[in-house]
Design a protein around this ligand. Sequence first.
Ligand SMILES: [Zn+2]
Length: 266
Amino acid sequence: MRKVIGYSAIAISTLFLMSGCVKEGYKKHEVKVEEHSVKHEAHKHWGYSGDVAPANWGKLDEKFKMCAEGKTQMPIDIKPTKDIDLPKLDLKYGVNSKSVVNNGHTVQVNMNSGDTLTIDGRIYELKQFHFHTPSENHIKGKSFPLEAHFVHATKDGKLAVIAILFKEGAMNPTLAKIIKAFPLQKDKPVKLELSKEYIDVLMPPKHDYYKTMGSLTTPPCSEGVTWIIFKNPQTASKAQIEAIHKEINQNNNRPIQPTNGREIYE
Ligand SMILES: [Zn+2]
């Protein structure tokens, strides 16, 4: 029992740090206390420019040392190394989103529980998705103006992220719904109930993907994260990309990290 509680605490703190700060969504009050202290620390200690820029993340806190020492860090420039005919992605989404928040690092949509991604028999639940402008990952040397990360976790704290790149083109109806909630007050979640259909159209119709092992792209840069990167970009209008960038109010993309010979499957 003690072990189970330990894992959950790690999972929750990890997710919490990853998202910058999730202010809601956990039912246990005793956990919330921990979240608030973690949140305060996370906000105080890292960013995208100046003394707390990505190049310094590893030095800012002992807990962030993987940002400097890790060997499978993200983001990367995706150049596939092996064609293994990856299986069809097993996504079971059907739950409405709960809220949208600007946590100072990104704009994040928090999910109600119930959406799952199954990889190699392991069930991951969708916790939240958030945005980076410009994109963090590149595909074959190409950067994109926007990237969405769908963050999933197993009950014992293993993480899987689906990355969707956006190019400039047709407006996206889901982004329109999210942008309607702007401007957001920092750390104040606003109710946003996106149905399954809206979550679906944030993803490209074809789910062909690359798969690799990586890390969180934000402190503590923990490794062992399964990454699924959709091959085909989705589109967003120029005005939508600009609106999201304006709301985030900075370039929130960590620079490209070395692949160090890791396999990138397609
Ligand atoms: Zn992200």
